[in-house]
Every structure is written in C-alpha cells, then in structure tokens.
Ligand binder design. Structure first.
Ligand SMILES: Nc1nc2c(ncn2[C@@H]2O[C@H](COP(=O)(O)OP(=O)(O)O)[C@@H](O)[C@H]2O)c(=O)[nH]1
Ligand SMILES: [Mg+2]
Length: 618
C-alpha cells in the first residue's frame, strides 16, 4: 500500500488526470464542481498493472489554497507532479516543487498533461524545462511522461512509470506506533464522528482506544474504512477513515493527530534545522505560518547564532507556536510568510528550553542532536531493517563497530530492543514496539480464527505467518518472541489457554460418535463424520484415523498396537492374515492398522510380512 499525491499549478489537469486514471472525480464539493477548480483535498485510489493498490490525494493548485495542498502532501510516498504541456512551468509548479523538496519527497513521476494541445517537439521543449526545474531538488531525474486525459494517450505509460517508481520505494514502515494526521473531520448520519487522514507507522484496528493531540481527548474506534471498504484493521500507508465513538465532531479538526494514548506530545515550541529558499531571508522574530503534517499554526521564529539566515541557506532556529500542535523530533515542516512558501526544516527537539541565541554551546548541542545519539541512530536503522542481526544493524550505521555492538547490547538490556534466537544462526533483533505490535496482531488473528473454527485446536502456522506478513526465515524466531500469549504446537499455533469446546447440541453428537467408535472395538461402525468433527476427535486424542475410512477408538488402537508389537517380538515377522487372526478383525481393518504402524515408524514391510523397526524395546 502506497500513497500518491498530485502537485502542480492550477488548471494543469491534475484532477482530470486522476479521473482519467481511476474513474473517480476527486472534486467532491459543489463549489468545486461549479467553479471547475479544486479547493480542498480530493481522494481516489487505483490498482496498478502490478496489482499494487495505491491511495491518491489530489491537491488544489491555486495559489490561494496552497495551505490545503500542504495538509495532504506531507505523508505521500510518491508525487505525481503535473505540468501542462501548453503552459510549462508556472508559479505554483515552482512553489509545489519547493514544498516537495522541503518535505524531502524523493520519488516522483512527472505527467506532462494536455499533450493533445501541442506538437511533439513543443512537448519535448517543455519536458526539458521541467527537467531543469527538477534538477536541484529531491525530485531530480524523475521520469517525464506526456499524457492527455482527453485522448487518453500516454495513460498506460504513466501507470507503468508509477509502478516502476514504486518498485524502489520502501514499504510503508510499521513500527507499531500508528499515527494519523487528521485532514478532514465530519459527521456521518448514523455513524457520528468520522476523521480521515493518511495512516503512518502502524496499524489501527476496530475497538482500539486512541487519543487526539492536541487536546488529549480519547475515543474508541467504532469502524474503519479504506477506499470506501469497511475493514477491521487499517494498514500503514493507506488513506483511512476512522469512525470514532466518544468524541463530538466539533471536538476534532484538521491538524490534530490520532494515535495510541500517550504517544504524541502537544508541542508549543521546537528547535529546528532550517532551510531558507533562494531570495528569502529568515529574520529573527519573523512571524510565519508553520505547516507540520496536516496542521497549520502561527509562529514566531527565533534565529539562533545570528540575526538572519539568508537563502539559499541553512541555519538553526527556535519556533514559538501560537497554539500547540502534535509533532515529534524528526518531523519535517514548511513555513510560509504572506501566503508564500519561503522555507522549511526538520524538528530537532520539541518543547525545548529558551536558548541564549548567541551561546556557541547551544549550536554545538543542536548539531549533536540533529545527528542523533548512537541509540537513536541504531533504533532508526533497526526500524528500517527489522528483523536484523546485530552485525547487519551495526553495519547500517556510521558508528565504530565495537561501539555499535555495545550500544545494541545495552538497548537489549534496557528492553528497547528484543533479541530472538532462531533454531539456527544468529539471533534476530526487533524493536520491542514492533514485537508488541506483532503480538497484538497475532492475538487478534488467532482470536478471530478460534471464533471461526471452534473445533480446531490450532491455526496452521503458515496462515499466521502470511497474515503477519513475515518471511519464512524470520518467522520461527519471531513466533518464539510472541510468548506467552501465543503458543506453538506441532504445525499449528494457538492462543495460550485455548481449548476448543463444541457448542452443546454438537457436543452431544460428537460424544455419541466417539462412544460408538470406541464401543465398536476393532470393527467399529463406519460413521459419516464431518471432517471438522473427525479432526477434533483425533486432535483431542479420542480416535485414531488408520486411513481407508477406518477410525478406531484411541484405546482400542493402543491395545492392538501392543498386541502386534508383542507378537512381532516373539515371532519376528507376521503376515497380514496372521495379524488379522491375532486381532480377530477383518482383512481391511488389519491392513489399515498395519499401515498406521508403518506410518508411526513402529513396523515396516519385508516382502509379504511386517517386521519391527528401530528400538526393539519400544
Ligand atoms: N485538452 C485537454 N484539456 C485538459 C486535459 N486535462 C485537463 N484539461 C482541461 O483543463 C482544465 C483544468 O483541468 P483540472 O483537471 O481541473 O486541472 P487542475 O486544476 O490541475 O486539477 C479543465 O477544463 C480540463 O477539462 C487534457 O489532457 N487535454
Ligand atoms: Mg484540481
């Protein structure tokens, strides 16, 4: 699952392109339809030729609505950057490009729209102009595909280019810390409060309790939708609508963040590494509008280590916010002045103390913070790689190897990272947050499985493995880490303490069948047993399936086994007829019992007879 966001100047054909690609018109509001112009964020989705499903956020291009664009563009994996072939690069082409660059969006496909309106050599000139504009940004080198939403020329090429671009985008990370920046909050008749946003960093499930920051209200998730489908769990990297119980629509708004209780901090000030765009200046005490995630907040910038930062350039600043927003260190933001994008940056510390602006020690500390502690760097790398061996993790950070390994050991000792021993090979490391998320996911899946299959003792291992999205090599070690809630038994897994209990009417039937089989000795009746019931009786140790439709009571089979083994010890070999006479049963049942003993590695064939195998004492 990936999220794709449009960007580009107004009227360059973004919304028409989304309609042509998906069949969904992203302009939802009456005003948008009447004016033929996007004002708010629009949403759509599509399945690519590879089978990938992508969520789409369509943004307005008009200069007056850049703030709405900013509310939706922060969380995208790939930008669909739109430039009309007849107009070329225009002011919001540049502004949106600057925003994508400041937000470090690294993956993009350029759609050169309205190709039907220009000659091919003109389109080639505009493509060159676009390539030059992209060159100094994070979007440098993005493929440029001429398309027309009117003639539909180029749409297949565009889909293929999007697929190819997504091939190199990392899967949205799941670190067990779901957060959803709210970009819409509304009330649905019969449902109540619904909020939408792009889900990042973890999953949300129906029934979860969440907190809304700032404000601190908690609510329960009553329902979830992705792409208009009801789901019980929403995955990171998808557009998600959350139906909340316990909170009124007027208590939630764009800009707030929904997360697990206690996860997000209400931020009133932050220190940041700031980038100032060319031709701009960040002056001490400048009033700016800060955009973080889907939030917009007024702020005052305090420049550290000087009075101004000249663009293009970088420096340090503290932002004092007029109202709190939900944010964390590492978040990227954009700031604007008089409705113009002039810079952005990365948060280094939230709610910091007030600094003496000229103290060189302040800058030294911020520089160190921006690089991160060895712990934070190792955890960030582990979140990218997990599960990973200690050696692989140490190699992924720019730290001296012995120091990295020692820090990893300390993280394991502190319980931040778990080390799981596989059956063979090096232990695998996982963040405790990720392992906890996997455990919660496994418990939910097993709960549902046990409810759906009340007669089964276990769920097939393979089904849990693929459900959790884990690889075959890492699964055994991780399964070991899911104890004590999840237990492995043979080829299956189950919740600790789970025992199937047949519902009353079925229980009576099952008991009657078991008694009939047990009572039939070595010539039991052939009952038309339901496969689930038979499996249940076998797994509970009541009956043994000898194959060929021969089901014996477990005690009866044990007794027969003992007699055959004793006779074999005495006589060395037995023919089928001798076994039939020994057990006083028919030929078919004797044959089935012998084959079962072969299968249990008690006996094996030798010519026309059976002999004992393995340990003669057994
Ligand atoms: N000829 C032609 N017109 C287009 C094409 N794509 C969009 N348009 C027209 O351009 C105008 C603006 O399109 P729209 O999708 O609203 O642009 P947006 O503001 O970027 O979302 C509309 O009148 C569309 O009909 C195209 O491929 N060819
Ligand atoms: Mg539009």
């Amino acid at each position: 699952m990936f999220v794709l966001g449009t960007a580009g100047h107004v009227d360059h054909g973004k919304s028409s392109l989304i309609q042509a690609l998906t069949g969904i018109h992203p302009d939802r509001l009456r005003e948008e339809q009447e004016r033929g112009m996007t004002i708010e964020l629009g949403f759509a989705w599509m399945t690519l030729p590879s089978g990938r499903e992508v969520s789409i956020v369509d943004v307005p291009g008009h200069v007056r609505f850049v703030r709405h664009m900013l509310a939706g563009i922060g969380a995208v994996d790939l930008a669909l950057f739109v430039v009309a072939a007849d107009e070329g690069v225009m002011p919001q082409t540049r502004e949106h490009l600057a925003i994508l660059d400041l937000l470090e969006v690294r993956h993009a496909v350029v759609a050169l729209t309205k190709a039907d309106l220009v000659a091919p050599d003109w389109a080639a000139l505009v493509a060159e102009e676009v390539r030059e504009a992209l060159a100094p940004t994070s979007l440098a080198g993005a493929p440029i595909v001429p398309v027309s939403s009117v003639t539909r020329v180029g749409l297949d090429d565009l889909r293929a280019a999007i697929d190819a671009a997504l091939d190199v985008v990392a899967e949205p990370r799941d670190i067990g810390r779901p957060r959803l920046g709210i970009d819409r909050a509304f009330s649905m008749p019969g449902f109540g409060t619904v909020v939408t946003g792009t889900l990042l960093d973890g999953r949300l499930a129906v029934g979860d309790t969440v907190e809304i920051t700032p404000g601190g209200r908690t609510a329960r998730i009553r329902g979830l939708q992705t792409h208009r489908h009801e789901v019980t769990e929403a995955l990171p990297g998808t557009r998600t609508a959350v139906n909340l119980a316990g909170v009124d629509t007027d208590e939630v708004a764009r800009g707030q963040v929904l997360a697990r209780p206690g996860r997000m901090t209400a931020v009133r000030a932050f220190d940041a590494r700031v980038r100032v765009l060319e031709g701009q200046t960040l002056r001490h005490n400048l009033r700016v509008a800060v955009h973080i995630g889907s939030a917009e907040v007024q702020a005052r910038a305090r420049v550290i280590g000087g009075d101004t930062i000249e663009g293009p350039g970088e420096g340090w600043a503290q932002f004092i916010l007029a109202e709190p927003v939900a944010a964390t260190a590492g978040d990227l933001f954009v700031y604007r002045v008089s409705d113009e994008t002039v810079g952005g940056g990365r948060i280094v510390e939230v709610n910091p103390p007030r600094h003496r602006r000229t103290d060189p020690a302040v800058i030294a500390r911020l520089t160190e913070r921006a690089r991160g502690t060895p712990e934070s760097r190792l955890i960030a790398a582990l979140e990218r790689l997990e599960p990973a061996t200690a050696f692989a993790l140490a190699a992924a950070v720019e730290l001296e190897r012995e120091a990295a390994l020692a820090t990893i050991e300390a993280l394991v000792a502190d319980g931040v990272v778990r080390s799981l021993a596989p059956a063979a090979g090096e232990p695998l490391l996982l963040t405790t947050a990720r392992l906890d998320a996997l455990r919660g996911d496994a418990v939910r899946r097993l709960d549902a499985y046990h409810a759906a299959h009340p007669l089964r003792f276990t769920m097939p291992r393979e089904e849990l493995r693929s459900g959790l999205g884990l690889g075959a090599r890492e699964f055994p070690a991780i399964l070991g880490g899911l104890t004590p809630e999840v237990v492995a038994a043979g080829d299956g897994v189950a919740l600790a303490g789970w025992r199937p209990v047949p519902p009353p009417p079925l229980a009576a039937q099952i008991e009657a069948a078991a008694i009939a089989i047990e009572g039939g000795g070595l010539q039991p009746p052939r009952l038309p047993l339901d496969a689930e019931v038979q499996a249940y009786l076998e797994a509970s140790g009541r009956i043994v399936d000898c194959g060929d439709g021969v089901l014996l009571g477990a005690g009866v089979f044990e007794e027969a086994r003992g007699r055959v083994v004793v006779a074999l010890r005495e006589r060395g070999a037995l023919s089928l007829a001798e076994v039939r006479d020994l057990l006083d049963t028919n030929r078919r049942n004797a044959q089935a019992i012998l084959e079962t003993l072969d299968r249990l590695a008690r006996t094996r064939r030798q010519g026309e007879t059976r002999i004992l195998r393995g340990d003669p004492q057994g």
